[in-house]
Design a protein around this ligand. Structure first.
Ligand code: URA
Length: 271
């Protein structure tokens, strides 16, 4: 059983976990419905940060990198990558987006959080997870000592599978995930995180399609509670914060996932 001290209990309060019961045995988690599309989130003021700001793209402007070319993307530095995303026209989402949403946080961070796709607020502000789900994510991260403005031990980088908002927050389509995938792959290569927290079904599917071939058919609950790998980096799968807003009783499982990732960072979790 996990022993919680006063500080950890305070952390759980940050996440809105009021009554903590001992976590279920890892690998025997309940199944959960797929994470919802990233929508329906009330606008909250965004935390503004200096790192990796997105650029607003006027659709009439000249496009220098119209398609996602994996070979070229694989050699880009952060600035080039961000510019490539800002001008990307690899799929139809470029027509409806207001802003691309590249990512935010410390580019030296040891933690990478991967979500699904920008929602309405993220599309407007050009920053991932700035709605209600983002507020919960920030609280979850705070519970393990991380924040999006932090650096060093407090640093975290937050990105999405898709860099553009799907209209009406519909699910990402396979072609969109395929076209956007090289950008996330390069972000991982540049960041070289020590752990990746994959939030929701699409993040898990996108990151684990090579290592878990049947990933598309598995419920999220079956992917949790174990350590996966993406490009050699340990991946912990957890619930999407938007799902947790609707299903607060699963926050205790999300806390267990965070603890697993934390253990990995401390070198304590089994591979
Ligand atoms: N949901 C996501 O998956 N990503 C965001 O940036 C916002 C909501």
């Amino acid at each position: 059983m996990m022993q919680l001290d006063a500080r950890q209990r305070a952390m759980l309060e940050e996440m809105g976990v009021r009554v903590f019961r001992p976590e279920l045995p890892l690998g025997r988690m309940d199944d959960a419905p797929p994470s919802p599309p990233p929508g329906g989130e009330a606008a909250v003021p965004a935390a503004r940060v200096a790192v990796a700001r997105p650029a607003t793209v006027a659709h009439a402007a000249p496009i220098s990198v119209p398609r996602a070319v994996p070979g070229e993307i694989a050699g880009m530095d952060w600035d080039a990558l961000q510019q490539a995303v800002a001008s990307c026209q690899a799929c139809g989402l470029c027509k409806s987006r207001k802003n691309t949403v590249f990512g935010v946080g410390d580019t030296q961070a040891r933690w990478l959080v991967v979500g699904e796709a920008p929602g309405e607020n993220e599309d407007i502000q050009g920053e991932p997870f700035v709605g209600q789900a983002g507020q919960l994510l920030d609280n979850m991260l705070k519970a393990v000592g991380l924040n999006r403005q932090g650096s060093g031990a407090q640093g975290v980088y937050i990105a999405n599978v898709l860099k553009c908002r799907p209209p009406a927050n519909r699910n990402p389509q396979p072609e969109e995930v395929l076209q956007c995938e090289p950008y996330l792959r390069r972000q991982v290569a540049l960041l070289q995180p020590q752990v990746i927290l994959a939030l929701g079904r699409f993040a898990a599917q996108s990151l684990l399609q090579s290592s878990v071939p049947e990933v598309a058919t598995l419920p999220l609950g079956k992917l949790r509670g174990q350590v996966h790998y993406y490009e050699g980096v340990p991946v912990v799968v957890s619930y999407h914060p938007a799902y947790l807003l609707r299903t607060p009783q699963d926050k205790a499982k999300a806390w267990a996932d965070l603890c697993l990732a934390l253990d990995l960072m401390r070198g304590g979790a089994p591979a």
